[in-house]
Design a protein around this ligand. Structure first.
Ligand SMILES: [Zn+2]
Length: 278
């Protein structure tokens, strides 16, 4: 059973975090191991273009070595089909194609083709339907458009994607005021789509809402903004002190990023038992 499906069956969500450096990866893996949940390291297109897909996978495998939990490599919000397939080829465990800005029929056609190609390469494919507001690298939208349940059902049936990112009031970046997740919509989406659902824009969603979303079938929660902020705060604070060292900086980053990730993971297993996730 693949990691998305194992999460849905087990009634928990995996922690997916934007992780661009070794320090972030180590901090995330430590937090996930502490929570007894698999860790998903997410790279955006800029990161894999910078490091190279093979190097990114190597880093994830290395961080996972000797740990009590699996560590997966995931490509987030990819709009470039060639790059996505290169990542699948390089050993990414899962990749996301973001066709949410395209017409429905085009999104279906591309995802159906990519799902076949990814599966041959042993990678899972995440699709997206509906538009998530906010900015994530070069995918940006001023307004959100909620995921339509009938279209979602059709999308899943026609594409063969392994997981679906939904727009139910979640947003990328920082929320203006409290986020208002549309739980009746999420419930209907989970009822109509047998595959695991993914919630993007986890930063700033209250714990009670995360627990409720997980109990309804959300199996992966993406957090980026909070970790980026923790990372940069650590760099700024450390650099402002005298007599620093490179290792001291790495340690300061890890010490700041680990709790930022751990805070979310507390709510990814509503009522579940710690070891059932592994
Ligand atoms: Zn996203």
């Amino acid at each position: 059973m693949h990691y998305f499906q194992a999460a849905r069956t087990g009634g928990y969500a995996v922690g997916a975090f934007i992780a661009d450096t070794l320090d972030t990866m180590e901090a995330v893996a430590d937090a996930c191991a502490q929570a007894g949940l698999p860790a998903v390291m997410m790279a955006g297109m800029a990161t894999v273009r910078f490091l190279g897909p093979e190097r990114y996978v190597d880093l994830c495998r290395s961080v996972g070595r000797g740990r009590s939990i699996p560590v997966y490599a995931h490509l987030d919000h990819c709009t470039d089909r060639d790059l996505l397939l290169r990542c699948a080829e390089a050993g990414f465990d899962s990749v996301m194609f973001d066709g949410s800005q395209r017409p429905f029929a085009e999104n279906v056609a591309i995802c159906a083709e990519l799902a076949k190609k990814c599966h041959i390469r042993g990678a899972l494919l995440e699709g997206e339907l509906g538009v998530i507001a906010g900015q994530e690298e070069h995918v940006e939208s001023a307004v959100s458009r909620f995921t339509d349940p009938a279209l979602a059902e059709e999308f899943v049936r026609r594409t063969g994607v392994d997981a679906l990112a939904v727009s139910v009031g979640n947003a990328h970046g920082l929320y203006q005021g409290a986020p208002e997740l549309q739980f009746p919509l999420l419930e209907e989406l989970a009822r109509r789509c047998a595959i695991p659902l993914v919630l993007h824009g986890g930063t700033g969603i209250p714990g009670a809402d995360l627990r409720r979303a997980v109990s309804m079938g959300v199996c992966k929660i993406n957090v980026g903004t909070e970790l980026r902020r923790a990372y940069m705060d650590a760099v700024r604070d450390y650099a402002s002190q005298e007599g620093g060292t490179a290792i001291g900086l790495s340690q300061a980053i890890r010490d700041r990023v680990r709790p930022a990730a751990a805070r979310y993971l507390e709510d990814y297993r509503p009522g579940g038992d710690r070891h059932a996730a592994l």
